[in-house]
Design a protein. Sequence first.
Length: 410
Amino acid sequence: MSVENPTVAASNASKGIVIIGAGLAGWHVIDAIRAKDKDIPITLITSDNGDRYHKPMLTMAISQQKSAADLVRATGSDAAEAANITLLANTQVTDIDATAQTIQLISALRSDPVYTNYATISYEKLVLAMGAHPIFPSSLPEDLVWHVNHIERFGQLQEKLAAGSQHVAIVGAGMVGTEIAEDLLKAGHKVTLIDLNDAPLSQMLPPQATARIAKAVQSQGINFLGGYQVSNVMRNNDGKLQVSYEPVAAATDSNIAQPLEPLIVDHVIASTGLTVDDKLPAAAGVEFNRRTGIVVDAPTLRTNTDNIYAIGDCMSINGIACRYVAPLRAQAATIADDILGHEHGGYDHKPPMIRLKNKAISVMATGVPQAAGNWQVITETDEELIMELLDENNAVSATVTIKAPPMVKA
């Protein structure tokens, strides 16, 4: 069943499993539990409407002319009914009492406080699946800058872009920013990609690899500004956005250090990383790292607080944030078995293969790649570069394979 009023849910719902967050991770947990127990009470709490969609598609959908509605596989209410769960949509969690095993809720579907509902619900087991949210540096005001980490904001941006060819500045050339840049270019927009580093994916891969990616990106017609930081974004008198930027390394020669002409664009998208809100983990007494998120026990995905689990973008294993889709099914299956008291072999965390979804160049990485380290070249030709990252024991901890498509030789 689907319930939008938490006051009603508090009086009607049986004490059972509560999941916070209706992204891919939260719904995967529901699927895994329902595959093994059709009746145990499950309550799903989400700040949006709970619709099911595949978030990685957001970086490819504009050029494919897919609207936000096209990406929705099932509405939250329909999915909740099919799974026989209670859905508390448009509801915020304000506090968690891990000792009493209760959760404080607030639902404000209207701005008038008269229509604001407060409630307390209990849980036997709690799953934190609230994801991560975009980081907005102070130079990127949220009221002027877009992100595409959620289908609602994606839909709003897509409506603006439907007016015709426009100039879009993307700040941050990690995987998401680089993928969005190509998607927008394919949709007919002018794109400027700005990053602190000299090449895309520079925090993940060594310079030999990223140089090829930069060349491929620029060969498409994307204006790549590497080694620059955005200092300000403001709206000018014409309604356009003025993006001021400057070199990361301050020039020492006064003749070189001339002010750069600001970019004038229609839209700015921030792709400057993700962070996890510490409010709920702190309230629940859950071990938390500001950089990587909620700390879990790898075999069980339990937190250090009794009866509380974490999954997806909000959690970390062995000090590494888990922000990829591929492992979610296995993680959800482990949580389901552990919650239901079934014997299981424990979750065996293996970093998934990472693929850049760009047609201009093929980039595949395994392990936990990071730019700094002992990278060794295995194969190097115009068409292909293969490198391995060796740890302190000379064991391979990560690999990267870069191949140029026939028409784009790096």
